[in-house]
Design a binder for this molecule. Structure first.
Ligand SMILES: Nc1ncnc2c1ncn2[C@@H]1O[C@H](COP(=O)(O)OP(=O)(O)OP(=O)(O)O)[C@@H](O)[C@H]1O
Ligand SMILES: [Mg+2]
Length: 311
């Protein structure tokens, strides 16, 4: 009788231990499942746009080399030349375009037919030239372009958009799909004033992402930093908007020379100071994950559509 009771007690205790172990295993498994990205739901592309108020400040140079930095890290990267006025990223990358956005806009090619492969596995979309305002395109062409661009939202892990300079609908429309917009500013007074104008336009258009600044072609890191501080204080005071400095790139003959040789400096001079400065821009931008994470929540086509159809 006593033996039977002891036996039953041991059985009960073993069952309790088994239950506890099973509960622990189930909790661990649940943790693993919730950490694993849902394979059925493709990740949305995170978008970083590069723009400026004034032209010739280094947007295309920075876009091309920044994309190469991302691609070199193994991120599936797409570089979109969205300068519809005077596209030239193909020249900076040394790629001969086999198709351009111009043909896509006019319905002659599909966007995925004109995606080319650049260095380090970079995917590249060549821009159009001579399209002054998307708003002036016929409804059919504009609709077609927007729907083709919407198709890019599952195309890669990260997309860098190089825009034209200045405040046009084309430029603002493309910026609307980016979680982070980098405004490139140099030490020229006109570049600072126009950069401020661009930031103001973004705020007026209720741009939902984060506005970052790269100071480019600076004489010294300190002078670039001082100028950024003035710009940031002005934006804070008059626009009520914070700006983030994500990098300072010095004026360098290496960059000019690389542009002339049609080889990005990231490839031609991988150990140079300017490449280090560029890598640091890429890392800081990737570190702003709270903004880039917005890509997980909403696709970018909706924002671009609502911007253009509010015109
Ligand atoms: N940090 C730098 N040091 C020296 N030269 C630079 C630097 N950054 C860019 N450049 C040079 O400035 C020129 C203009 O650069 P880029 O074409 O990238 O400017 P952009 O802003 O894209 O011009 P646009 O408004 O015409 O599209 C190029 O010759 C490029 O080599
Ligand atoms: Mg350019």
């Amino acid at each position: 009788m006593i033996r039977d009771q002891a036996y039953e007690l041991r059985k009960l205790m073993k069952k309790k231990r088994d239950d506890q172990r099973l509960a622990k295993e189930a909790a661990h498994l649940r943790g693993l499942i919730s950490e694993r990205p849902d394979a059925r739901q493709p990740r949305l592309t995170r978008v970083i746009a590069v723009t400026s108020g004034k032209g010739g400040v280094g947007k295309s140079t920075i876009s091309a080399n920044l994309s190469l930095h991302f691609a070199s890290k193994g991120l599936e990267t797409i570089l979109l030349d969205a300068d519809l006025g005077l596209a030239n990223l193909d020249v900076i990358l040394g790629i001969r375009p086999t198709g351009t956005l111009f043909e896509v806009i006019h319905g002659n090619r599909e966007l995925n037919e004109i995606i080319q492969h650049g260095p380090m596995g970079l995917k590249f979309i060549s821009g159009a030239s001579g399209i002054t305002d998307l708003a002036n395109l016929g409804e059919k062409e504009r609709d077609h372009l927007l729907s083709e661009i919407s198709g890019l939202q599952y195309e890669g892990e990260i997309m860098v958009i190089d825009t034209g300079a200045g405040l046009s609908h084309n430029v603002l429309g493309f910026l609307m799909i980016a979680q982070i917009t980098i405004v490139v500013v140099t030490e020229e007074p006109a570049s600072v004033a126009d950069g401020y104008g661009m930031i103001k336009a973004l705020r007026k258009s209720r741009y939902p992402g984060e506005i970052c600044v790269v100071m480019n072609k600076v004489n010294s890191i300190q002078s670039g930093k001082n100028l950024f501080d003035k710009l940031s204080m002005t934006a804070d005071r008059f626009l009520g908007t914070g700006l983030k400095l994500v990098g300072i790139i010095p004026e360098s003959p290496l960059i000019r020379e690389s542009t002339q040789k049609m080889t990005p400096f990231f490839i031609a001079h991988p150990d140079s100071k300017v490449t280090q400065a560029l890598r640091s821009v890429g890392e800081v931008v990737l570190g702003h994950s709270e903004y880039l994470a917005c890509a997980e929540k909403e696709g970018f086509s909706r924002r671009m559509y609502s911007f253009f159809f509010r015109v």
